[in-house]
Design a protein around this ligand. Structure first.
Ligand code: ATP
Length: 452
């Protein structure tokens, strides 16, 4: 075991002979010895060892257990998660019960059997690691009050804070982020945290509905308005009355409809197709896009006045690769979710699988991660998901690089992949993000053998 990964182990023992023995037996640990309660507490405060072995017969009560029990209580008051293993030769059964009831992790009787104690200590570290991981996961889940939004990263927590602050207001919100970053999830969170939450949340994907149908989907129509209009039908805007209307892929809204939507946002009334009267509708509008609307405006594809109406508040959602620690956190959550949904019992991930998940750049963001974990839960043969179950083409990026040319190439590749992810695979947009021309971008893709 190298020095850098030695774990801190505190041994509280006043007998110099036994202190030496512990040092010999536990040389795999970064061992610290305390001969008194005060020394022990100093070390607990300073170094926070995860595991402590504690002799109950400490001075001034070497022949009793009072000082040892007091020390136990204070260690746990100071650092409640510490695993304290009691070592005692005094009235074994009674002191065992007493110390366990005070919160000790385990008990063994002197004289010390190094192998037995070694196993107890090792097991204590394993439990401590597991508990630590659970606390981290739970903290991540609770870190935002947003329904179903899981994150522990600073960048995403900032987004969640903005969502929380904006939710109770009526302002129009534009969510910007690459595909799969959670735009719809956040739109729902905006709705759920608003006082419109009991009213409908209506989502419409402007890119998924053919242009000729989109108008009637949005505004509805009267009976006989066109061939096939056999009965009066309400549009999504009207259906959302009192609630929230989520316009996904707003960048794909055809130009003529942009005019109609703008009019609705200004006057808050709609007219059904074929209808004569203006109907007041109260909706809060949230929209989303992965496109660069400002360049659409420059190319006259998107109305500037509509853009400003829609973007009273703009929220930029970071891609998964920029959310420190979130990929592994989400992976654990998806594992639990799919275990339940698919009635599987996959326990966890191997270390390699977690490092692949953490190191991958996730161009399809959370959606891609979710799909990979679902697949892995189905395909996994043992009780742990292995790196190969994820079927990710991870290159050897993490290897230590000393060659400047290689480092530059890696940086290029990383930037290209990120730009493609941010631009949702759109080459012109990705080239623009990188500040290079399209032909140069294609040249780079070819040079680095990057799949589009
Ligand atoms: N932070 C998160 N915590 C938990 N699940 C998430 C998170 N972000 C996204 N997801 C899940 O990932 C999937 C994709 O999210 P969502 O549909 O909201 O993304 P999107 O940005 O709207 O995608 P698209 O642009 O492709 O429509 C959903 O199943 C969603 O529940």
């Amino acid at each position: 075991m190298s020095d850098t990964i030695k774990r801190k182990l505190l041994v509280v023992e006043d007998d110099p002979g036994l202190q030496r023995q512990y040092k010999w037996n536990f040389e795999d640990y970064d061992i610290e010895i305390a001969g008194t309660r005060e020394e022990a507490l100093d070390i607990v405060r300073r170094d926070k060892p995860a595991v402590v072995t504690l002799d109950l017969g400490l001075p001034p009560d070497e022949d009793g257990i009072s000082e040892g029990l007091a020390c136990l209580e204070q260690i746990l008051a100071e650092a409640p998660h510490t695993k304290v293993i009691i070592a005692s030769g005094h009235g074994a059964r009674e002191s065992a019960l007493q110390s366990i009831s005070l919160g000790a992790y385990d008990f063994y009787q002197k004289p010390v059997d190094p192998d037995e104690l070694g196993l107890i200590v090792e097991r204590a570290y394993r439990l401590s690691d597991l508990e630590e991981e659970n606390r981290r996961l739970a903290a991540g889940q609770q870190s935002s009050r947003l329904n179903n939004v899981i994150t522990a990263s600073e960048s995403m927590n900032k987004v969640c804070n903005i969502v929380e602050r904006v939710a109770p207001t009526n302002v129009t919100v534009m969510l910007l982020g690459a595909s799969g970053t959670g735009k719809e999830l956040l739109a729902r969170a905006l709705h759920d945290l608003s006082d419109r939450k009991e009213k409908p949340f209506v989502a419409i994907n402007c890119a998924a509905i053919p242009e000729n149908l989109l108008e009637s989907e949005l505004f509805g129509y009267e009976k006989g308005a066109f061939t096939g209009a056999v009965k009066q039908t309400l549009g999504k805007i009207e259906v959302a009355h009192g609630g929230t209307l989520f316009l996904d892929e707003i960048g794909d809204l055809p130009f003529p409809l942009q005019v109609k939507l703008l009019r609705f946002l200004q006057e808050r009334v709609i007219e059904r197709i074929g209808g004569r009267k203006e109907i007041p509708v109260d909706v809060r509008v949230v929209c989303a896009t992965h496109q660069d609307l400002e360049s659409h405006i420059a190319e006259n594809l998107f109305r500037e006045d509509l853009f400003y109406r829609l973007s009273e508040i703009v929220i930029n959602i970071p891609p998964l690769v920029e959310r420190e620690g979130d990929a592994a956190l989400l992976a654990h959550n998806f594992l639990n979710k799919f275990n339940k949904e698919l009635k599987r019992n996959v326990k966890s991930f191997t270390k390699e699988a977690i490092s692949v998940i953490s190191g991958y750049n996730w161009p399809g963001n959370v959606r891609e991660l979710e799909n990979r974990i679902k697949r892995a839960v189905i395909m996994c043969e043992g009780n742990k998901i292995e790196a190969s179950d994820l079927e990710l083409a991870v290159d050897e990026m993490e290897e230590e690089l000393l060659n400047l040319k290689q480092i530059r190439e890696m940086a290029d590749m990383k930037a290209i992949r990120k730009a493609l992810a941010n631009a949702n695979g759109n080459v012109s947009h990705a080239a623009k993000l990188l500040g290079v021309s399209r032909p140069t971008f294609y040249g780079l893709i070819k040079q680095y053998n990057i799949n589009l």
